[in-house]
Design a binder for this molecule. Structure first.
Ligand code: ATP
Ligand code: MG
Length: 183
């Protein structure tokens, strides 16, 4: 699993379309205070389906849309497109490129796309299950979260390990099947 590129358009301080590429290895984002470093990590969480405005440092979802500056009018839409390299389920050992995008207009809900096709939030979540990349997984570690993990209950910590081990998908499928049997 690898990030290939991230495109932002109208997302928070990124009014103009911007494309960031991740050439491999480790990438560090550096710059003066307030230049938009955290906005980049917010955009990653957002395109992967984050639903909590507070996790994106806002009070409502529309806060991710470029709000304008003294020189520039606000935009009506935010869009983030992420290109990932993921294991290919059809070909063990092989990888494939997947494009996930999310768009939000003021006053409407979010639209997701996977490889250009309209998708639901659930489709994005399913795609990311067991990759460690989901918004509730361990790929985003925020300030203070390490302490939280260390002090969490064993049961909660186990969920994190299950995601890392790649068995979350199977647990969810089993729960789904059991529910259907009961019905
Ligand atoms: P630090 O080094 O202090 O952590 P940073 O580089 O992480 O700074 P960010 O928090 O990513 O900075 O960016 C903050 C900037 O983004 C602020 O100038 C803020 O006004 C701007 N910003 C946030 N949301 C929006 C928005 N919806 N529209 C326009 N600008 C926004
Ligand atoms: Mg920051």
């Amino acid at each position: 699993m690898r990030l290939i590129s991230l495109e932002l358009h109208g997302f928070k301080s990124f009014a103009d379309a911007q494309k960031l590429s991740f050439p491999g290895g480790m990438t560090a984002v550096v710059g003066p205070n307030g230049c938009g470093k955290s906005n980049i990590s917010d955009s990653l969480a957002w395109v992967l389906g984050e639903q909590r405005a507070s996790m994106l440092r806002g009070s409502e979802m529309a806060d991710v849309i470029f709000a304008g500056t003294a020189q520039r009018r606000a935009t009506g839409m935010a869009e983030v497109k992420l290109v990932l390299e993921m294991p290919d389920p059809a070909l063990p050992g092989a990888t494939r490129e997947v494009v996930i995008s999310r768009r939000l207009y003021r006053d409407t809900g979010s639209e997701y796309r996977i490889n250009g096709r309209e998708a639901r939030l659930k489709d994005v979540q399913d795609l990311l299950l067991d990759t460690g990349m989901g918004t509730r997984a361990y790929s985003f570690i925020q300030q203070g979260q390490i302490d939280l993990i260390l002090s969490s209950k064993p049961k909660d910590r186990r969920l994190l390990l299950e995601e890392a081990a790649g068995i979350t998908r199977y647990k969810l499928r089993r729960a789904d099947a059991e529910k259907r049997l009961e019905e």
